[in-house]
Write a protein that binds this ligand. Structure first.
Ligand code: GSH
Length: 208
């Protein structure tokens, strides 16, 4: 049984989605980042970086326990272990890597910066808020253009879609369906999947 330490943030939710979609036996252990649980000594023994997500697979490679941090690494590990959601052909594999990195670095980094300037920072600087919002929408504009005429980011559904989805879902209020029709259709396709619904539970249950 895999233990996944996560919270209802984009980094946490891409890992919960991947594990649920892959059908690997696991349990999600909530680590309340807002309450500082990620800095508790018992958690730092699991991830010394003091960040979520982190995963412990008692049955890792070589039948040895594996402790893994970094959301993208956890998503890819789960997909490889399950033998699912990794494209077969080299062209789609390259495409999945491109869009996984775009979601994890460009969009994910901008989203983290938005949280910093809009929520965490005691001083709200409008120019900083505008800068990161504009950048966020520009990056999603690139995704929109790519998704036009496609069902998923890299042909069939892949790990890249799992990495992107929470970045859409948690800020969908900024992404007007009329301006992002292909993205909105893709998101509906993702949301209809039982694994995605189950993986998003930390977020959806808190929103109720
Ligand atoms: N690159 C890491 C980022 C992880 C990350 O920043 N996690 C946030 C929550 S979404 C966190 O734990 N922040 C607390 C901290 O960095 O002190 C990943 O993809 O897993």
């Amino acid at each position: 049984m895999i233990d996944l330490y996560a919270w209802r943030t984009t980094n946490g939710l891409r890992a919960t989605i991947a594990l649920a979609e892959c059908g690997l036996p696991h349990r999600v252990i909530p680590i309340d980042v807002g309450a500082g649980a990620h800095k508790a000594p018992e958690y730092l023994r699991i991830n010394p970086a003091g960040q979520i997500p982190a995963m412990v697979d008692p049955d890792g490679p070589g039948a040895r326990p594996l402790l893994l941090a970094q959301s993208g690494a956890i998503v890819l590990y789960a997909c490889r272990k399950a033998g699912r959601f990794i494209p077969d052909d080299a062209q789609s594999q390259a495409l999945a890597m491109q869009w996984a990195w775009q979601a994890g670095t460009d969009i994910g980094g901008t989203s983290a910066a938005m949280n910093q300037v809009e929520v965490v920072s005691p001083e709200k600087v409008q120019a900083h808020i505008d800068l990161f919002r504009k950048r966020f929408l520009r990056y999603f504009g690139i995704v929109e253009a790519h998704l036009a005429g496609r069902d998923y980011l890299a042909g069939a559904i892949s790990y890249a879609d799992f990495i992107l989805y929470p970045n859409y879902a948690l800020r969908r209020h900024l992404l007007e369906p009329a301006a992002y029709p292909a993205l909105t259709t893709w998101a509906a396709r993702m949301a209809a999947r039982p694994g995605v619904t189950s993986g998003m539970r930390l977020h959806t249950e808190a929103a109720q």
